[in-house]
Design a protein around this ligand. Structure first.
Ligand code: MN
Length: 457
């Protein structure tokens, strides 16, 4: 007997509702009967007999809440009737590697329909035969090409065979991509998803706060990383949501620095970009603070500009504005900053903006979608000719993360700013009336940071 729930973190009903909604939407796109398939993924070898911790594909997870590898789901509409099935690994109590004795309990074929909310279940060892049978029953197939090469081969093979067989008898078989539809669904977060994302942000905030409290000159970046990640694990997040960046001094100018092996010097700033993944939902927070506990005047100057850009960008977030509006607002302020700090004595802020002179110092965007993936699914521009930016809508979550980076070896920059890299990042939910900063429990004002940081007696 077991009381283990195989579906997390929401109820089976939530996932059934999502699948029903997706089926409704796909049937409009295919204009009739179809079969859609989603694969959870394989375990990936790390070395020898070790594997990386398995994390199911986010689309699959969104539709099932189920996290076993080598699982296939089939969603079908045929003559107006809906049918769903899931192919899972069979139960296995043998002494073989990979069995339940080695790797833990599986849901198994018998329990899967009820436990996971599907009409029927089959052994995933037979997945190809079952998939082929279902695909041949309908004129359209939805499959996400490019994620799983062996399954791509199988699906294309079935599709090619059936098209050849059918030629001249019925219309040509359609192979379509479910992602544009599914990803638009994922972009609007439900109240229960928002709760999970808030939890992910709260947990990451605890990690950043602990890092601020425990950092000392002479520590190594990896020691700070350990403090952040300790909190992330301690408070029930299954994982970090990406590889933590812990970068002291000039290392902060490398945007995805994550060797995290350098020693912290007294007058360094430290940049930490780290988030938690809570039941498949990510947070993504960046904070910078002085190792000594007190900003130098040059650090304070750069930090204040980035903070101003970030706060202003957050204030612009509301339903109906362009996705790029927060970036545009942040950029204006950072171009003024570059001018006032004397980086471009011969150019005014307008010219810095227009000619893109800011790019070496602010080389990235201000926002990306956030959700089950850190860089979450969903388009940023419409796919029409004009490529218009999409508009923010209630339920969207995006990051706001402007930064300025002055490399130690950049002779064009006044000496006092060299080796300073700053980014400040929060997770922002678009609400009906404006916005909510999901990561608001993570301090970022200079006085709040200085109160927390620095060597304690
Ligand atoms: Mn980010």
């Amino acid at each position: 007997m077991t009381s283990k729930s195989f579906v997390e973190p929401f109820s089976t009903k939530t996932y059934q509702r999502r699948r029903a909604e997706l089926i409704r939407k796909l049937s409009k796109i295919s204009n009739g009967d179809f079969t859609a398939l989603f694969w959870s993924g394989y375990e990936i070898s790390r070395n020898s007999t070790n594997t990386f911790t398995f994390r199911a594909n986010s689309d699959f997870l969104y539709l099932t809440g189920f996290s076993e590898p080598e699982t296939l789901i089939l969603l079908q509409q045929k003559n107006g009737k809906i049918r769903t099935a899931i192919g899972v690994r069979p139960r296995d109590f043998s002494n073989n590697r990979g069995s339940e004795i080695w790797d833990g309990e599986r849901v198994g074929v018998e329990r899967a329909p009820k436990a996971l909310g599907f009409d029927e279940a089959f052994n995933s060892h037979d997945a190809f035969e079952v998939a082929k049978k279902w695909i041949l029953q309908t004129p359209a197939t939805f499959w996400s090409l490019g994620l799983t090469p062996d399954w791509d081969q199988k699906i294309i093979g079935i599709h090619t065979d059936s098209t050849a067989q059918m030629r001249g008898i019925v219309q040509e078989e359609k192979l379509m991509d479910p992602r544009p539809t599914l990803h638009e669904m994922r972009k609007i977060k439900s109240p229960e998803e928002i709760k999970a994302m808030k939890r992910a942000a709260d947990i990451a905030a605890k990690g950043h706060i602990r890092a601020m409290k425990t950092t000392h000159p002479g520590h190594y970046e990896y020691e700070v990383q350990a403090e952040v990640e300790r909190e992330i694990k301690k408070h029930g997040a299954q994982s970090t949501s990406y590889n933590s960046i812990v970068a002291a001094g000039n290392n902060a100018c490398t945007l995805h620095y994550n060797t995290n092996r350098a020693v912290l010097k007294k007058h360094d700033l430290i940049l930490i970009d780290a988030g938690a993944e809570y039941f498949g939902y990510a947070s993504d927070i960046t904070r910078c603070y002085p190792v000594s506990g007190t900003f130098t005047s040059a650090q304070k100057e750069v930090y204040s500009w980035v903070l101003k850009a970030q706060l202003t960008a957050i204030q612009t977030v509301r339903s109906g504005i362009s996705f790029y509006k927060p970036h545009e607002e942040a950029l204006k302020i950072l171009c003024t900053a570059l001018y006032k700090m004397g980086i471009f004595p011969k150019a005014n802020p307008k010219k810095i903006l227009k000619e893109g002179l800011y790019k070496p110092y602010f080389p990235h965007g201000t926002s990306h979608w956030l959700g089950m993936d850190v860089h979450d699914s969903g388009i940023y521009r419409k796919k029409d000719q004009k490529k218009e930016p999409v508009k923010l809508a209630p339920g969207n979550v995006l990051t706001i993360e402007p930064g300025l980076y002055f490399r130690a070896d950049d002779r064009k920059v006044p000496a006092r700013f060299r080796g300073i890299g700053i980014r400040i990042e929060d997770d922002v939910l678009v609400t009906k009336s404006g916005r909510e900063v999901l990561s608001k429990n993570c301090p970022k004002l200079i006085q709040d940071i200085e109160a927390l940081c620095g060597p304690k007696l």
